[in-house]
Design a protein. Structure first.
Length: 122
């Protein structure tokens, strides 16, 4: 599994790309100025850093993602699970739900997810 790392500010910037792609680098700089109060040079610096990390590509001034936000979140979740719970989803769920009451809807959703997983692996 490839490890992608982003800080909080980079993550906000990445969201702008994911929500607007394909987006020109000039439009991205304008959106970053509006939403993050960044100068153009800051946007281009962070964009280059995220491209170097393999998350995005800037091809002739058009920025697109190499992985979707959902893929990124999946990678991050898996990395957290592996580092914190030795890859054990049951251990994570036990820790997550300790002292917390799940709603009937949440329980039903978890059951559906397990059932769908079982169906996809048979």
């Amino acid at each position: 599994m490839k490890q992608y790392q982003m800080g909080a500010i980079e993550s906000r910037f990445a969201d702008i790309i994911w929500e607007n792609e394909p987006i020109s680098s000039a439009q991205l700089a304008r959106r970053s100025e509006e939403l993050l109060a960044w100068k153009k040079t800051t946007s281009y610096t962070v964009l280059k850093r995220l491209c170097d990390k393999g998350l995005f590509v800037n091809n002739r001034g058009t920025v697109t993602s190499l992985i979707s936000k959902a893929q990124y979140m999946s990678y991050q979740s898996e990395q957290f699970l592996n580092e914190t719970f030795e890859g054990s989803l049951p251990a994570f769920l036990a820790a997550f739900t300790a002292g917390k009451t799940l709603t009937a809807e949440e329980v039903a959703c978890l059951r559906r997810m397990v059932a769908e997983y079982e169906e996809s692996t048979t």
